[in-house]
Design a protein around this ligand. Structure first.
Ligand SMILES: [Zn+2]
Length: 231
């Protein structure tokens, strides 16, 4: 009996690390094994493909699970690069991984649909208006950084440290209430888009918060979602 059990669990482990292709042709590759072997990556990827329409993940050829130096260098646990979603093998649950995968798929969609997303400047205008509000709120709270950094749409390490080390996560949560959907959204224009995209697909039946907080971004996400029906 015990022998059977060991055999079965070994088989299960081998199954865990085996690479696979999804029905839509995305290759899932395990560079390293999941720390928590009860997490079913195949199920998470199937969920991702069910939620995010195929035309938006066109750029994604591969999902690589494992540990990458970039995670430590940039204090992150996922990133998108060269057609691949790089996802950490250390995760608390399947919802966590789905969140990461959808977020990085957003960055992939940015590459494929840069013009459709940013061409008319609507998201950028909305983002900068919100950044100016945030600048005023934080100034009043006593956190003073030059206005110019709030007008820079690119990710900036120093600004990121100002927001999360000087201001801090809790105070940021207070400052952004009603302004941004979460504390990560104000970090750059690209993250503003990616956090909205993630919320849109993680909560497919509850869009009212996103729509109310970021109407231009929401409008754009709807347009992107239906893009294949228009063309
Ligand atoms: Zn991101």
């Amino acid at each position: 009996m015990l022998k059977d059990y060991i055999k079965a669990s070994q088989q299960k482990m081998t199954e865990q690390i085996s690479n696979f292709y999804t029905p839509s042709g995305i290759q899932v590759y395990f560079k390293d094994q999941m720390h928590d072997t009860s997490i079913d990556i195949e199920r998470v990827v199937a969920d991702l493909e069910k939620r995010v329409p195929r035309h938006l993940t066109d750029e994604v050829e591969m999902i690589i699970i494992g540990h990458f130096q970039e995670f430590e260098d940039r204090d992150i646990n996922a990133f998108y690069k060269d057609g691949a979603l790089h996802i950490s093998n250390i995760q608390s649950d399947e919802e966590d991984i789905l969140d990461d995968m959808i977020h990085e798929a957003a960055h992939a969609a940015e590459e494929a649909y840069g013009y459709e997303i940013y061409g008319d400047s609507k998201i950028k205008d909305e983002f900068l208006r919100k950044r100016m509000h945030l600048y005023n709120i934080l100034w009043k709270m006593g956190f003073k950084a030059p206005k110019s950094v709030f007008l820079d749409t690119e990710f900036d390490r120093e600004f990121d440290e100002f927001l999360f080390n000087d201001v801090g996560y809790d105070t940021m949560g207070e400052a952004i209430t009603g302004l941004f959907i979460n504390a990560y959204a104000p970090t750059s224009l690209s993250e503003y888009f990616a956090t909205g995209f993630t919320d849109f697909y993680l909560q497919p039946n509850e869009h009212s918060f996103l729509k109310k907080t970021s109407p231009a971004l929401y409008e754009k996400l709807l347009l992107l979602h239906n893009l294949d029906k228009i063309n």
